[in-house]
Design a protein around this ligand. Structure first.
Ligand code: MLT
Length: 411
C-alpha cells in the first residue's frame, strides 16, 4: 500500500470556510424557510466590471479565429499584462519593480502555499495570530511544523499575537525568524500597517536575512493616503520581500481567477553548501514546471482593469463594498458593539457581545438572525472572542443583516 503525507493528519478539522459552509448547509436544510445572509467568506457578489467583460468577450472572439487563436501562453503571464501591472501598481507608486519580476497566477491563496516549494524545510516561520489560515495550513502540509497543541497552535511556528493593544499590527520578534507572513490590509482584522511599521519589518528582515511574504490582496481598499499599498514602497524591501496581489477582491475575479506574485531579482537565499542563490529563477522554474499560466481570456479581462473605464468601474466596486463596511461599522457601534477595521479593508472585526465565544456567537447569529459571519477563533487562538463580518454582499443584504443583528444583540 502507498504511504501518505502524514503531515496532513496534523491538520485541525476542516479548512475554516468549508467547515462554516457545512454548518450553514446543515442549518439551511433543517430550516428551508430561513433567508440566510452570508457575510462569512470574503467572496464578492457584484458583477464583473463592464470593461473586463468587454475585453474577455473580445478575447473569446479572437480564440474563434485561426489567425488570432492562442494556445499555451507564457507560464509567467503575458508581458502586456505584466507591463501594465508594473507601471500602474508599482512604478506609479515609486516602487522599483520591473515587469519581468511579476508572475501572473490563478490566485494569491495558491501562490502563498506554492511559494514554499522554493524554500528549505528548516526555516523558522512566523505568522500573526489571528492569521489567514492558508499560511499555517500550507506549512503544516509541507512538514514545517510539529503537531497541534491544545491551544490550537502548531509546534515549531512562531506566533505573533495581534490585538487591539498593538493596533492589530504584528510586533517585531525578539528572536531570529527566516520567513515572515504579513498581510496588510489585514485579513481578518481589517487593520493596516503604517509606513513606519513596515519599515521596522523591512529593517528587521534585512538585518536577519529573512524574507517577508507580504500578502497585499486587499491593498485596493486602502482609503488613507498615508498607508503604503505595497511593501516595495519601503526602501530595501526589494532585498527582503515577496508580494502577493489579486484581482479577486478589487475587480470581482474570485470566480474568474487572476492574481500576481512579485519576486524581485535581488532576492537571495542560502543553499545547503552555503552559497547564495537568487530566488527569482527558482520561482520561475517552479512555475514553468508546475503551472501553465492563466487563460488568455482572463488575462485580457485583467488587463482591462488598467484602462480608464476599468479604473473607474473598479473604483466604483471598491467604493460600493466600502460603503457596506461603513454601514456595518456604524450600525454595530450604535448598538454598543465594539468594532475594528472596515475603514481601509472590507472586513470588520467585531468583539463578540456579552462575552460570547466566537463559535457561540456564530451559532447564535445563524440561528437567531440567520446571518453568517466567521468566528475569530477560526483564525487562531488570539481570535477567540472576536468575529469577522465581510462587507462583500449586496446593499440590501448588508442592511437587512445589520437590522437583524442590532435588534437582537446589544453589548
Ligand atoms: C476570506 O474570506 O478570508 C477570503 O475569501 C479568503 C480568500 O480569499 O481565500
Amino acid at each position: 500500500m502507498v504511504t501518505i503525507n502524514d503531515n496532513y493528519r496534523k491538520l485541525k478539522a476542516g479548512y475554516l470556510f468549508p467547515e462554516i459552509g457545512r454548518r450553514v448547509n446543515a442549518f439551511a436544510e433543517a430550516h428551508p424557510e430561513a433567508n440566510i445572509i452570508r457575510l462569512g467568506i470574503g467572496d464578492v457578489t457584484e458583477p464583473l466590471p463592464e470593461a473586463c467583460r468587454a475585453a474577455m468577450i473580445q478575447a473569446v472572439e479572437e480564440m474563434g479565429s485561426r489567425d488570432t487563436f492562442k494556445g499555451y501562453g507564457p507560464e509567467q503571464g503575458y508581458l502586456w499584462l505584466r507591463e501594465k501591472i508594473a507601471a500602474h501598481d508599482f512604478q506609479a507608486r515609486g516602487c522599483d519593480i520591473d515587469a519581468s519580476e511579476i508572475f501572473i497566477s490563478d490566485g494569491s491563496k495558491c501562490d502563498c502555499g506554492n511559494i514554499l516549494d522554493i524554500f528549505g524545510s528548516n526555516n523558522t516561520i512566523a505568522v500573526t495570530d489571528p492569521v489567514y489560515p492558508v499560511y499555517v495550513d500550507t506549512n503544516v502540509m509541507a512538514g514545517h511544523t510539529g503537531p497541534v497543541k491544545d491551544n490550537g497552535e502548531y509546534e515549531g511556528l512562531i506566533y505573533l499575537p495581534i490585538s487591539a493593544e498593538n493596533a492589530f499590527t504584528a510586533p517585531i520578534p525578539t528572536q531570529k525568524v527566516d520567513l515572515i507572513y504579513l498581510c496588510f490590509p489585514n485579513n481578518p482584522t481589517g487593520a493596516v500597517a503604517s509606513r513606519d511599521h513596515l519599515k521596522a519589518w523591512v529593517d528587521y528582515a534585512l538585518a536577519h536575512g529573512s524574507i517577508i511574504l507580504f500578502d497585499a490582496a486587499y491593498e485596493a481598499f486602502i482609503t488613507d493616503p498615508n498607508i503604503p499599498h505595497s511593501i516595495y514602497e519601503i526602501e530595501g524591501a526589494r532585498n527582503c520581500a515577496i508580494e502577493f496581489r489579486s484581482f479577486s477582491k478589487n475587480a470581482g475575479f474570485t470566480g474568474t481567477r487572476c492574481a500576481l506574485t512579485v519576486v524581485p531579482k535581488s532576492l537571495k537565499g542560502k543553499a545547503a553548501d552555503g552559497s547564495e542563490v537568487e530566488l527569482h529563477p527558482l520561482w520561475n522554474r517552479r512555475q514553468s514546471t508546475k503551472f501553465n499560466g492563466v487563460s488568455y481570456i482572463v488575462q485580457k479581462g485583467a488587463e482591462a482593469v488598467y484602462s480608464e473605464e476599468g479604473k473607474a468601474q473598479t473604483r466604483a466596486l471598491i467604493d460600493f463594498y466600502m460603503e457596506n463596511a461603513r454601514i456595518i461599522r456604524e450600525q454595530l457601534t450604535a448598538a454598543g458593539i465594539q468594532v475594528y477595521g472596515g475603514v481601509n479593508a472590507p472586513y470588520v472585526w467585531v468583539k463578540t457581545p456579552n462575552g460570547l465565544s466566537s463559535w457561540d456567537f456564530f451559532d447564535k447569529l445563524l440561528q437567531v438572525c440567520n446571518v453568517v459571519g466567521t468566528p475569530g477563533s477560526g483564525f487562531g487562538a488570539a481570535g477567540e472572542g472576536y468575529f469577522r463580518i465581510s462587507a462583500f454582499n449586496s446593499r440590501a443584504n448588508v442592511e437587512a443583516a445589520m437590522q437583524r443583528i442590532t435588534e437582537k444583540f446589544t453589548a
